[in-house]
Design a protein around this ligand. Structure first.
Ligand SMILES: Nc1ncnc2c1ncn2[C@@H]1O[C@H](COP(=O)(O)OP(=O)(O)OP(=O)(O)O)[C@@H](O)[C@H]1O
Ligand SMILES: [Mg+2]
Length: 439
C-alpha cells in the first residue's frame, strides 16, 4: 500500500486520473478491480441510472465503490442508501465502511455513527446515510445530492415518486436504482426510459449474474438445470429478465397501489368500527392477527401482529385484549385443525371460525383478490405482508386450482388479511355463507 501511495505521489497525473475515473479510483484506493460490467455502471454519468442485474452480480459492491468515490470527490455531498429493509441498506453501508477501513482513505473519515441510523461523516463534509424505505415518513424532510436504491424493485412506486425523488429537488440530484427484477413497476419503467433515446437523462443496463467473474458459474448452471432455463425463477433471478408472473394471484401493481402511510394503533378510536382476522400457526408457520378499520371503504389495516412458537393460551389472551381495545369487533379465525379448541376458548368474545376446504379457501382468497384489485383495502408497508402477497400463487393440480404460497414462502399474513376482509364484508351484507363451522 505504502509503495502504491509513494508511486502515486510520484505521478500526480495518475492520482488526477483516479479521482476523475471511478474505475481507476476503485483500483488505486479500494484495491478492487471492478469487473467489466461494473466498469460500465461506474463510468455512466447519467442523472438517472437503472441497473437491472441478476442475483450475486456484484450490485451492492459496485454501489459501495461508487458511493465512496462520490463522497470523496464531491466535498459536502449528501448521499442516501435506501433499501426495502434497514438490514439490506446496512449491507451496503458495512461494505462501504469495510472498504474504507482497509484503505488509505480511512484518514478522510471523520466519524461513523451506528445509531439512531447508520451514517458516515467525512472530513470534507460529505455524508453517507443508510435508511430503509419501510417507514417513508422518516425520509421526508431530508435532502440529498444522490440516492442509491438497492433492491429497487421491492421499493413501492409511490415511495419513490412521493418521498425519494423530492429529496433530490434542492440540488437537482441524481439517483441510481439497482436490483433484480420483480414485476413491472417503477424499476421496469425507468429501465425502459433508459433504453429509449427520448430520455437523455436516463440510462439503463441489464446484466445476468454470470457477468460477475467472482461467483461460481457452475452453481448457476446447476440452478438452470434444476429450475429449467425458461422457469420464472431462473429468468428473473439469474438472467434478470422482467418476466410476467403468470401464477401470481395478486398483481404487483395492485399490491403496491394499496400501500399507504397508515399509523398502526394499539387501541381503536371509540367512533370507529373494526374487525379482526387471525390465522393460527400450525407447525413451522406464524400466527398473524390483523385488525382492519372497516368504518368505511377503503378498509384500513391499523394493527398487525406476527409471532410463532407461543402457546395457544397466549394467542387467546392477545385476541381478547384486542377485542377489548378495538370496540368489541367481529373476530374471524381459521378454525381448521387446531382452530376449534381455540374457538371454544373464545366463545365469550363471539369469535367465529372459517373452515378451510380447498373450495372455501379459493372463495376467501378471491374475495381478497377483488378487494385488492379495486383498491378497497389499504395497508402500511409491512414487509412480510407485501412479500407474501407477491408470492401467493395459483397452482394447477389434478384436483383443480389451488391457491397457496410459493414453495418456501408463508401465507399467514395473506390468510389473516383475507379473513378480516371476509368478516368486514359481512357488515355490508354482501357475504356468501361458505365454510362456517358455526354461525
Ligand atoms: N469487483 C469485484 N471484485 C471482487 N469480488 C467481487 C467484485 N464484485 C463483486 N464481488 C463479489 O461477488 C459477490 C456478490 O457481490 P454482491 O453482494 O455485491 O452482489 P449482489 O448483486 O448485491 O448480490 P445480491 O443479489 O445477493 O444482493 C460477493 O462475494 C462480492 O464480494
Ligand atoms: Mg446486494
Amino acid at each position: 500500500m505504502n509503495d502504491l501511495i509513494s508511486e502515486l505521489s510520484k505521478d500526480r497525473k495518475k492520482i488526477k486520473q483516479a479521482i476523475k475515473d471511478p474505475v481507476l479510483f476503485t483500483q488505486f484506493f479500494l484495491y478492487h478491480k471492478p469487473h467489466p460490467a461494473q466498469e460500465q455502471i461506474l463510468r455512466d454519468r447519467c442523472q438517472f441510472l437503472t441497473v437491472v442485474a441478476g442475483r450475486r452480480f456484484g450490485k451492492t459492491k459496485a454501489m459501495a465503490f461508487s458511493a465512496i468515490h462520490y463522497a470523496v470527490t464531491h466535498p459536502g455531498s449528501i448521499q442516501f442508501i435506501l433499501a426495502p429493509s434497514y438490514n439490506q441498506a446496512n449491507i451496503m453501508f458495512w461494505e462501504i465502511t469495510s472498504l474504507l477501513s482497509k484503505s488509505i482513505l480511512v484518514h478522510l473519515v471523520e466519524r461513523v455513527y451506528k445509531t439512531p441510523f447508520s451514517r458516515i461523516i467525512f472530513k470534507n463534509g460529505s455524508e453517507i446515510h443508510a435508511r430503509s424505505t419501510t417507514k417513508p415518513e422518516y425520509l421526508r424532510g431530508h435532502k440529498a445530492h444522490r440516492v442509491i436504491l438497492d433492491e429497487a424493485a421491492y421499493i413501492p412506486d409511490d415511495v419513490v415518486s412521493q418521498v425519494v425523488e423530492p429529496m433530490l429537488a434542492d440540488y437537482n440530484g441524481s439517483w441510481i436504482k439497482i436490483g433484480t427484477p420483480f414485476g413491472k413497476n417503477h424499476f421496469y419503467d425507468t429501465y425502459l426510459k433508459g433504453q429509449s433515446e427520448e430520455f437523455p437523462d436516463y440510462s439503463s443496463y441489464r446484466f445476468p449474474s454470470t457477468a460477475n467473474p467472482h461467483i461460481s458459474h457452475e452453481f448457476i448452471e446447476k440452478k438452470k438445470r434444476e429450475y429449467g432455463e425458461n422457469s420464472i425463477i431462473f429468468r428473473t433471478e439469474y438472467l434478470a429478465e422482467f418476466v410476467e408472473d403468470q401464477n401470481a394471484v395478486f398483481r404487483w401493481e395492485d399490491i403496491q397501489k394499496n400501500v399507504a402511510s397508515i399509523e398502526l394503533l394499539d387501541r381503536g378510536h371509540p367512533a370507529r368500527r373494526y374487525v379482526i382476522g387471525c390465522d393460527l400457526a400450525k407447525y413451522q408457520d406464524y400466527t398473524v392477527i390483523v385488525v382492519l378499520d372497516v368504518t368505511e371503504k377503503p378498509f384500513r389495516l391499523v394493527h398487525f401482529q406476527r409471532f410463532n412458537r407461543r402457546p395457544y393460551a397466549e394467542t387467546i389472551m392477545r385476541l381478547k385484549e384486542l377485542y377489548r381495545r378495538f370496540n368489541s369487533p367481529r373476530v374471524l379465525i381459521d378454525s381448521s385443525g387446531v382452530g376449534d379448541p381455540v374457538l371454544e376458548d373464545l366463545q365469550d368474545i363471539g369469535a367465529e371460525g372459517y373452515v378451510f376446504t380447498s373450495k372455501s379457501k379459493v372463495q376467501l382468497i378471491q374475495r381478497l383478490q377483488a378487494v385488492i384489485e379495486n383498491g378497497e383495502v389499504k395497508y402500511p408497508y409491512i414487509e412480510e405482508l407485501v412479500r407474501e402477497l407477491q408470492f401467493f400463487e395459483y397452482q394447477l393440480t389434478r384436483q383443480g386450482v389451488k391457491m397457496e404460497a410459493r414453495q418456501g414462502f408463508h401465507d399467514d399474513c395473506v390468510i389473516a388479511l383475507a379473513l378480516a376482509v371476509w368478516a368486514a364484508e359481512q357488515y355490508s351484507g354482501g357475504y356468501i355463507s361458505v365454510g362456517y363451522s358455526r354461525f
